[in-house]
Design a protein around this ligand. Structure first.
Ligand code: CU
Length: 130
């Protein structure tokens, strides 16, 4: 039983690695759009939807440049940068609607909402910028 758990965990880790590799390798897929559900393994979109207690897509693989967070929420959320290359963008205001643009350079960024998440937990997200 324990060995099954370990095996499944290893498969999950391996699958994530493959998914990330695939995500980096294929630059042809356009916006994968898509509304609810799904819980996929990230995406390629420069628009991040801020809904109640989640960011989507995340992790997100984008080219260096501007990304836009777009609120589609009833509660108040924010984007607070945790880590990334160089000087981090200014954090967003606390908002329940509207948008917030941020300019990213190559590297990996992590961010979260201070109301509903923390560094790497809860309402948080990751960008891999090429
Ligand atoms: Cu929030």
């Amino acid at each position: 039983m324990e060995s099954t758990l370990v095996t499944n965990a290893m498969k999950a880790v391996g699958g994530l690695g493959l998914a990330l590799l695939a995500a980096c390798g294929s630059s042809t897929s356009p916006y994968s759009g898509g509304g609810g559900g799904g819980g996929g393994g990230g995406g390629h979109s420069t628009t991040i939807t801020v809904s109640d207690n989640t960011f989507a897509p995340t992790p997100d693989t984008v080219s260096a440049g501007q990304v836009t967070f777009s609120w589609s929420a009833t509660n108040t959320h924010n984007v607070t940068w945790d880590s990334g290359p160089g000087t981090l963008p200014a954090n967003s205001a606390d908002k329940s609607s509207g948008t917030y643009p941020a300019t990213l350079q190559a590297g990996t960024y992590q961010y979260h909402c201070t109301f509903h998440g923390g560094v790497g937990t809860g309402m948080h997200g990751t960008f891999v910028v090429h």
